[in-house]
Design a protein around this ligand. Sequence first.
Ligand code: SF4
Length: 373
Amino acid sequence: MSSVLEQMSSAVSNAPAVLQKMKRNTGCRMIGFFHPVIPEELIYAAGIHPVRLFPYFDDSITLADSQLQTFLCSYLRAEWDQIVKGKYPYLDGAIIPRSCEAVTFLYQTWRRHNPYQFIDYINVPWKRSENAISFFAKELGRVKRDLEKFTGREISKDSLSSAIEVYNRNRELLKKVHDLRKSKPPFISGLQAYHVVMSSFVLDKREHNGLLEQLLTELSRRPQSLKAEVRLLLSGGCVIDSRLWGMIESGRAMIVADDVNNGSRTFWHFVEDRTNDPLEALAKRYATVPCGFNTSIADRFKYISEMITEYEANGVIFAINKNCESEKFVYPELDKKVKDKLHVPTLNIETDYLIDMAPLRTRVEAFVESLKV
Ligand code: SF4
């Protein structure tokens, strides 16, 4: 493994310590958020460090169930459990989107218990009409004013444009790394790509851009040593358990592309036309993030089918959390389309917080063996 990949993997595994150290050294404020539909550039332009919220896989859920409905996704309940237990002392607040059912529900609970100074909500539209974009841009204007009130300083048009620049560069570099998975064999495994993307949710974006540039240089010099007899696409909501990525790739298969909230959906689209109205440019970009909760089945299928074709995937694994309604509603139709129109075999596995990997391993191995390549 290259040293840059090691640094990225370590930032993900030790995220609380990394963030705590950053807070100590820079004194910066930090705002947590869920899902790739929150325009992080707004937070960044306010001089605040945005932190994507995911639970750490180290503790059972003991406190959250008295405050949140137990039918909600366990990743989200684990996240709230860890917040209630004070495991994120570096956070100063959060912005919660209207997104999946679990996160949308969490907003009321968060407000009631309000563990930090700042809390806000963004009504993310699930349509992409002109009206919806105009509404979303106004919504972003309101959040911008809320952030300005919180920090006591204006978010200028220049600082917003510069934040967009930094984020677009991050997307461009992440896409270049993602594209290295097209080759046969890929230059980078799915698990390594997972760490590359997940580390962008922890580290400062400018620092991450520097690491990505180094990584691309390192990878271009490294001989291809990976094996990928079977090429898979991984699809789901938040597929955040690294053990799952490692388990899928422990045999003949490699994840060469993904369609998950903590993967390609985060960086696939760029912010365009930002010269006139950066808020409108952000609204247009963030309304098109292809998550299950805000994308039609037709658009989801278009996204996934282009990915399957371009990255030459032999099979698709849908890995969906037991209570992830937004993915489960779409899955049957999407699965049918992948099989009927693309003739690509699929497997559906149910994930959960701290799930035992052994039964899943048996099913994944059988699926991989069944793929004739
Ligand atoms: S896994 Fe699904 S339900 Fe859980 S937080 Fe992610 S999108 Fe929401």
